[in-house]
Design a protein around this ligand. Structure first.
Ligand code: 5GP
Length: 179
């Protein structure tokens, strides 16, 4: 699983790794967050109402779920079954609480933390992305401080100061772990 502050570049690095490692697939999470421009339901996320999310929690459909910056996110067990049924390894892109829960539920999982060069650079990236309101950016930066402090819990830490180098680092770690 891949974790790290919002804006650290997890999504970009995962997309790069997926292109280079065919034995990998990323699990599509469920979320109550509003769809950003360009996002497609069923591709980035399964977008749903809080009522629908709560119903799935009641049905124990999630391996884990967490609240992040005012929205709910969760990994669907059916997604893991779907991917593992094809013989591939699953990547979860997940925030800190979810990473802790998955570590408990699946002690054999491998955790990777993507670290931004600094909180200042993180703030710049989040604002440059232009997808979130200032209030949302502030909430994400607040959470980022807590996430950065937990980096030591992870099996691997990859500094994302250059996308090319960080993607190489991620591919190398994954290659070693799934070998
Ligand atoms: P975003 O709104 O930027 O897409 O995601 C916000 C945070 O939620 C990111 O740190 C992302 O990794 C995390 N996240 C996405 N899917 C899941 C999930 O299924 N479970 C948990 N716990 N976190 C998730």
């Amino acid at each position: 699983m891949v974790s790290g502050p919002s804006g650290a570049g997890k999504g970009t690095l995962i997309q790069g790794a997926l292109q280079r490692v065919p034995a990998l697939a990323v699990a599509v999470s469920a979320t109550t967050r509003a769809r950003r421009p360009g996002e497609v339901d069923g591709r980035e996320y399964h977008f749903m109402s809080r009522a629908e999310f709560a119903r799935l929690v009641g049905e124990e459909a999630f391996l884990e779920h967490a609240e992040f910056a005012g929205n709910r996110y969760g990994t669907l067990g059916s997604e893991l079954d779907r991917i593992m049924g094809t013989g591939r390894s699953v990547i979860l892109e997940i925030e800190l609480q979810g990473a802790r829960n998955v570590r408990r539920a699946r002690p054999d999982s491998v955790s990777i933390f993507i670290e931004p060069p600094s909180l200042v650079e993180l703030a710049r990236r989040l604002r440059a992305r232009g997808t979130d309101a200032e209030e949302e950016v502030a909430a994400r930066l607040e959470v980022a401080r807590v996430e950065m402090a937990a980096r030591g819990e992870f099996d691997h830490v990859i500094l994302n100061d250059s996308v090319a180098d960080a993607t190489d680092g991620l591919v190398a770690v994954i290659g070693a772990e799934i070998a």
